[in-house]
Design a protein around this ligand. Structure first.
Ligand code: FNR
Length: 203
């Protein structure tokens, strides 16, 4: 089974980025693949503090670390706050980058997308996020950038992203993520190929 963790960079109940990740979840649930999808809430993670780390990470941080360590891949959706990722997301990634040399982000496949009410879909936040992820040693999933513009106008009456154009882009991102999740591990280990992890489909 492939384990996927979704992280929204926004805490807002009506978050467009969280809506995008719910669409990702629905896409995966409709696929003939054996994938467990878990959301990692980051709102309870305290501000990074080296003294807290030295005293032994807090329960919220330990839980986040364990979830990420156990995942085959992450999908992160970020808003743009003044041209970069939100503070809560950066804070969560800073914790996940610790301790130096034993970060659960190391070699982890991570796919990135963004959403905003603006026309550019918060694409301007993605370079900052990619820089953080690469610095943490994550394996950034390669795919055409997915930045959902005017996202607030593209929700259905239930607040869900069901726009076919958006779903097509997200399907591409999900496909690339699952491929990256099953790539050979760095250092000679072996991840089982995606074909071995697909549920049998009767046609
Ligand atoms: C924003 N917003 C914003 N949007 C944008 O396109 N470029 C930007 O630089 C910013 N900057 C910014 C800073 C701060 C502090 C806030 C609170 C907001 C607007 C932002 O895109 C909008 O609030 C989104 O709806 C946030 O994403 P969620 O919460 O819907 O996922």
């Amino acid at each position: 089974m492939i384990k996927l963790v979704l992280i929204s960079g926004s805490l807002r109940r009506g978050s467009l980025n969280s809506a995008a990740l719910r669409a990702v979840r629905r896409i995966i649930e409709d696929m003939p693949v054996d994938v467990e999808v878990v959301s990692l809430p980051i709102g309870r993670i305290p501000f990074y503090d080296g003294d807290v780390e030295e005293a032994g990470m807090t329960a919220a941080v330990e839980a986040a670390r364990a979830l990420v360590a156990d995942a085959d891949a992450l999908v992160i959706s970020t808003p743009s706050y003044n041209g970069a990722v939100s503070g809560v997301l950066k804070n969560a990634l800073d914790w996940l980058s610790r301790p130096y040399g034993a970060s659960p982000l190391t070699d982890k496949a991570v796919a990135v997308l963004s959403a905003s009410p603006g026309g550019r879909g918060a694409v301007d936040a993605q370079p900052a996020l990619l820089t953080v992820l690469r610095t943490c040693g994550a394996f950034v999933v390669e795919h055409p950038p997915v930045a959902i513009g005017q996202a607030d106008q593209r929700l259905d009456r239930h607040g869900e992203m069901t726009d076919p154009e958006i779903l097509d882009a997200l399907r591409g991102l999900v496909g690339a993520t699952l491929t990256a999740a099953t790539r050979p591990a760095r250092g000679g280990g072996r991840r089982s190929p995606l074909s071995e992890r697909l549920r049998t489909v009767s046609v």
